[in-house]
Design a protein. Structure first.
Length: 193
């Protein structure tokens, strides 16, 4: 996780930069349809805040143990211009349930992600961007940046590789219960006779 104090300082700096920006501030609705094509070449600064349900993220929904209407992510975005290049800060906070790899029961995850997208003019500039900045990612500026997909990518990257309940909290089923279930292949064997 990122240092919340530093990130709050960045938010305050970005807020001052946005409000002192020569570009007009445009509210960006935080909804799946409005986040599909964000114009990062427009001479505006964006700000927005809202909730996106887990069901609106197809790849995340496939990873989830269940998809409930209350599961999802609060998203806060703001953009500003620095050195004649657009930057966008994204704060994502929310919850979802994924399957525990030990007992296969749902495991609730609380996630908080802070990311800054630095928009550059060319692929070459993006390739040269330093890779040691975990909280910043270089992107090529375009008129149709898919912010919804970028948010989903960030959440997927934060999911644990082998999620497990803390030791002692798994509800393991007794092995005898599995042994008592009828073997489906016995039915096939009887059909053959």
């Amino acid at each position: 996780m990122f240092d919340n104090v530093n990130y709050l300082n960045e938010l305050q700096i970005a807020d001052r930069m946005t409000h002192n920006s020569p570009y007009p501030i445009q509210t960006l609705e935080i909804s799946p349809s409005s986040l599909l094509r964000v114009d990062m070449l427009a001479p505006v600064s964006y700000e927005g805040e809202g909730f996106i349900q887990l069901a609106n993220f197809p790849r995340l929904s496939a990873e989830a143990a269940s998809v409930n209407p209350e599961d999802g992510f609060d998203c806060q975005i703001f953009s500003w211009h620095q050195d004649d290049r657009p930057l966008m800060g994204v704060k994502i906070r929310g919850r979802m349930a994924i399957a525990c790899q030990r007992c296969l029961d749902p495991l609730g995850l609380e996630l908080e992600i802070h990311k800054t997208y630095v928009f550059l003019k060319t692929e070459g500039e993006a390739d040269e961007f330093p890779l040691d900045r975990d909280d910043e990612e270089a992107m090529v500026a375009s008129t149709h940046f898919n912010l919804l997909e970028a948010i989903e990518d960030e959440i997927l990257l934060e999911l644990p590789h082998a999620p497990k309940h803390p030791v002692g909290q798994c509800q393991l089923r007794p092995l005898e219960a599995d042994m008592e279930k009828p073997n489906p292949f016995k039915v096939l064997k009887n059909l053959k006779k």
